[in-house]
Design a protein around this ligand. Sequence first.
Ligand code: SF4
Ligand code: SF4
Length: 207
Amino acid sequence: MTTHEILKILQEEIHTVIVATVDSQGIPYTCAIDLMLLEDETLYFLTARGKSFYQRLMSHPNIALTGLKGEDTMSSIAISLNGRVRNIGHEKLKDIFEKNAYMNQIYPHLESRDALEVFQIYECQGEYFDLSQKPIFRQSFSVGKEISRQGYQVTDQCIGCQKCYQVCPQRCIDISVKPVMIQQNHCLHCGKCYEVCPVKAIEKVGV
Ligand code: SF4
Ligand code: SF4
């Protein structure tokens, strides 16, 4: 999937996501916001100047968010990202109201819309995580920056004993090669292979 396709699911199909911000003392808060617009790989949302959420965005312009789709855990798709936002004032406000007609009911008058300001997620990295597939499917993406990889990888110290494969809950380790190879798009990042490897041939990548 392309980054645009993943972000399109987030903006159009999921739409309402839970976003985390921190205040000036580093205390985290979450709230629900609607992702209003997607242009190429850039997402936009808005909030009112009087809200605490607005103050947090202005003092610490970093966010993390997660959107979920599906009826239960085993049919769920989660898309998460973290990144940086910038305030673009009233730019895109008209486009947002045209695309999201329900906003006209919440802010019916032009005067009331003056309190709203738009934020752009201009840089982020994230992950698409699909529990409905077997084995599970995950894909990283980024906008405006390099993807910093996370998970586990096998080094040249591998002796091919296959102990990692035997404990892997997703059987996502290719044992037809040596060193064996973790199929990253199907890995849960559970770390069990790392724990059992007798020669410490598996290393953790990222934070
Ligand atoms: S447990 Fe370690 S040594 Fe054995 S196959 Fe897996 S990575 Fe290689
Ligand atoms: S981290 Fe877990 S899911 Fe991924 S390869 Fe290792 S045992 Fe399998």
